[in-house]
Every structure is written in structure tokens, then in C-alpha cells.
Design a protein around this ligand. Structure first.
Ligand SMILES: NC(=O)c1ccc[n+]([C@@H]2O[C@H](COP(=O)([O-])OP(=O)(O)OC[C@H]3O[C@@H](n4cnc5c(N)ncnc54)[C@H](OP(=O)(O)O)[C@@H]3O)[C@@H](O)[C@H]2O)c1
Length: 256
């Protein structure tokens, strides 16, 4: 997209963390926003903060991405307000850290419904509007953990679902390219957000976490490359390991 001003972006998980940072950055470029997450209070606060720092229109729609009717409502409200969706930032996600044999089944289901099915449903609902509009850009926030093979210990359900999401997003690129829709995955490293704050503190070295800055720049890069180019995947990874305890399977821990 050469001109970003007056485009419309729908961003899931935009009340805090990576999604909110991307929303702020896009607003500064003059992009009108439809933002979504579950908690109405924090979503409204994020919308007010974005409005204070920009002159764009911000629509805040409380949404649970695991629920089809919530996503239909989000897309309908966005179209009613703005008439189009140029950019979809699929970002709403959760994490958890468990040895697999102790991971609660409802935690596994929540991860599946949020981190994979939510992305796929939202994408499926938005694409017809992009086709009607003769183009668009879909960006999925995946995870740098998908670069680790085999998946990191204690994160195998999270990571394998992100692998599925990465495969889905890559495949979608081939289907969308002739429709003028660009599809990009961004693979962030371990970033300083509430998501990492909820993980086991004894395993993370806080001084080595990334800020969201490089991810925001990666989104802008994906949206401003020449019209006949699509960055399929952008990995933005920590320069130093953020883990105190090795989670990469081939870094064996020595017995004490
Ligand atoms: N932080 C990292 O190190 C890291 C690294 C790689 C990839 N990622 C990915 O980046 C994305 C954003 O993560 P983050 O670190 O910014 O997390 P975060 O700070 O916890 O923010 C998550 C956002 O998603 C929303 N959300 C969660 N579940 C939702 C649901 N069911 N429906 C709608 N919204 C929901 C949250 O709001 P509500 O709770 O109010 O719904 C919040 O706005 C995730 O997909 C994550 O897997 C993060």
C-alpha cells in the first residue's frame, strides 16, 4: 500500500501489548481503526489513548475471538462504520507454560480456540470484504517459537498451534495473491508484555525481553513494500536468549 492515510485496519487483541502498540503506530500513519478484545474497560481506555495521540477514528468493539457470533458482530460493525477493511491484524492470543503431562485439558482447548481457530475464523469473515474492495493486507502475529524444531519444552501446545497458524498463513498467501490481497506472518521473539509477565518468572531474564518497537516497524514494512511484492514472513527475534532455564530441547540441562 503506497498511501496508508485513510485506510481502515481491524486489529484483534488491541487493548494492550503488541496489538495496542501496532494500533498506536497505524493511527499515527492516519489509518482509521476498529479494535477488539474481551474486556470492555481496557479496550475503551486503549481507544481513548489512541484518539488522544492521533486524529483517526477509532471504533472499539468488545469481542471474544473464540466466538463466531462475536467475530461476525466485529466485522459487521466495522463495515457499517467504515464501509471497508483494508488491513487485518490478527493478533489476539494467549500463552501458557506447562509440562505437557500436567497441562489442564481446558487450557489446551482455550489455546486452540484463541490462537488458531480465532485467527482462522476472523480471516475467513474479513476476506470477502477485501475481495469486494479489490485488495487488502492480512498480517498474522505468529511466534518466533515456530523457528525452534523440535518445539520448546513446556510450550509444545502453544508452539504447535503457532506452527499450524504459520502453515495456514503461508498457504493463504498462494490463494490470495491473484486477488490482490497480501498475506504476511510476523514471528516475534520474546516481548515485554502481560503475556510474558504471566509466565514463570524464574525462567525468564527480564532485561533480555524485546520491546514492541521492532514488531511495529515490521508491520509498517509489510504495509509499505512495493505493490508487486509481499513479505511472506518476517522474524524479529531476541539477539540474546531471554530464557534463564534452557527451553530449547537440544540445549540439555546438566543434572545438578
Ligand atoms: N509477548 C511475546 O513474547 C510474544 C511472542 C511471540 C508471539 N506473541 C503473540 O503476540 C500476540 C499478542 O501477544 P501479547 O504479548 O501482546 O499479549 P498480551 O499483552 O497478553 O495481549 C493480548 C491481547 O489479546 C486480547 N485477547 C486475549 N484473548 C482474547 C480473546 N479470546 N478474544 C479477544 N481478545 C483476546 C487481550 O485482551 P483481553 O484479555 O481483554 O481479551 C489483549 O488485548 C499473541 O498472539 C501472542 O501469541 C507474543
Amino acid at each position: 500500500m503506497t498511501e496508508l492515510k485513510n485506510k481502515v485496519a481491524l486489529i484483534t487483541g488491541a487493548s494492550r501489548g503488541i496489538g495496542k502498540a501496532i494500533a498506536m503506530t497505524l493511527a499515527k500513519e492516519g489509518i482509521n481503526l476498529s479494535i477488539a478484545s474481551r474486556d470492555k474497560k481496557s479496550l475503551d481506555e486503549a481507544a481513548d489513548e489512541i484518539r488522544r495521540h492521533s486524529s483517526v477514528k477509532v471504533l472499539a468493539v468488545p469481542t471474544d475471538v473464540t466466538k463466531q457470533d462475536n467475530l461476525e458482530n466485529l466485522v459487521d460493525k466495522t463495515i457499517n462504520e467504515f464501509g471497508k477493511i483494508d488491513i487485518l491484524i490478527n493478533n489476539a492470543g494467549i500463552s501458557s507454560q506447562h509440562p505437557f503431562h500436567k497441562q489442564p485439558l481446558d487450557d489446551i482447548e482455550k489455546l486452540m480456540r484463541t490462537n488458531f481457530f480465532g485467527y482462522v475464523m476472523c480471516t475467513r469473515l474479513v476476506i470477502p470484504h477485501m475481495v469486494k474492495n479489490n485488495g487488502g493486507a492480512i498480517i498474522s502475529i505468529v511466534s518466533g517459537s515456530t523457528l525452534v524444531d523440535p518445539p520448546p519444552r513446556n510450550f509444545i501446545v502453544y508452539t504447535s498451534l503457532k506452527w499450524a497458524l504459520r502453515a495456514f498463513t503461508k498457504g493463504l498467501f498462494w490463494e490470495m495473491r491473484d486477488l490482490g490481497i497480501k498475506v504476511t506472518s510476523i514471528l516475534p521473539g520474546v516481548t515485554d508484555t502481560a503475556l510474558t509477565g504471566s509466565l514463570d518468572k524464574s525462567t525468564i531474564e527480564p532485561s533480555r525481553l524485546m520491546t514492541t518497537e521492532a514488531i511495529e516497524k515490521a508491520v509498517l514494512f509489510a504495509l509499505t513494500v512495493p505493490a508487486n511484492v509481499c513479505p511472506l514472513e518476517i522474524s524479529v527475534i531476541n539477539q540474546q536468549t531471554p530464557w534463564k532455564t534452557p527451553i530449547i530441547p537440544y540445549q540439555q540441562q546438566h543434572p545438578k
